[in-house]
Write a protein that binds this ligand. Structure first.
Ligand code: ATP
Ligand code: MG
Length: 216
């Protein structure tokens, strides 16, 4: 009908979840590449909340991870950062994040962006029916991780062809773990993370063992 013919096309929103401890150029290239290939209007970075401890490891304060993500994305008019997960005071699953993004942007079409390593986990442990109702999934290549979809294949067969798309992106063998390790050892993280993030890490003494802050 006429209403439909004149309606604007649905906004396409990328959602990039992560711990971002710290955010690095691997995250930014992934978001940028998916935004380009899928013609997204915006990519929303969603840092995970604090209570969620990565395999029992210590995670930097949510506010620091949030601010680093803001600093890293500030210059890109299509990138933004959501506080949704850091303000929810409980363990966050991808499905929670997507539900919240959906209700904040009811008319948008959501694309959840994830690296090969994280995608396998999400699809293995969570409720498929709801996940795929909420978003399309875009898995990006990541050096050192083979995307093994063997155990997912029988499920994937039942889904629409565009429910999960795998794409090849420029390979950046950068991880937050390695950035933290380098910072802890006084080695440079320049050019692995945006300049403002290098400066923020040093200003807030992130990742350096307690008591050695002044010595770098
Ligand atoms: P950590 O080493 O602490 O696990 P990380 O580098 O994996 O950190 P996360 O915050 O865990 O970063 O990742 C957020 C998302 O970004 C995940 O979907 C992850 O697969 C993806 N990702 C991270 N680094 C890269 C990279 N170098 N190339 C492609 N995708 C990446
Ligand atoms: Mg990771």
């Amino acid at each position: 009908d006429l209403m439909h013919e004149t309606a604007r096309p649905r906004r396409k929103l990328g959602v990039m979840g992560g711990t971002f401890d710290p955010v690095h150029h691997g995250h930014l290239v992934a978001a940028s590449e998916v935004a380009h290939l899928f013609d997204l209007d915006e990519v929303i970075f969603v840092p995970t909340g604090q209570p969620w401890q990565k395999a029992g490891k210590q995670v930097s304060p949510a506010e620091d991870r949030y601010l680093m993500t803001v600093i890293a994305t500030a210059s890109n008019p299509r990138f933004s950062v959501s506080r949704a997960d850091i303000e929810r005071n409980k363990v966050t699953y991808t499905v929670d994040t997507l539900r919240e993004m959906q209700s904040a942007h009811p008319d948008a079409e959501l694309y959840f962006i994830t690296g090969a390593d994280a995608l396998a986990n999400i699809l293995t442990w969570q409720d498929w029916a709801e996940l795929f109702e909420l978003a399309k999934f875009v898995g990006v290549s990541r050096p050192g991780y083979e995307l093994n979809t063997d155990h997912l294949e029988e499920h994937l067969r039942d889904l629409p062809a565009d429910a999960v798309t795998m794409i090849e992106i420029p390979a950046l063998a950068i991880s937050s773990s390695e950035c933290r390790r380098r910072a802890a050892q006084g080695r440079p993280v320049w050019y692995l993370v945006p300049d403002g993030v290098v400066q923020y890490i040093s200003k807030r003494h992130l990742y350096v063992p307690a008591g050695t802050e002044g010595k770098a």
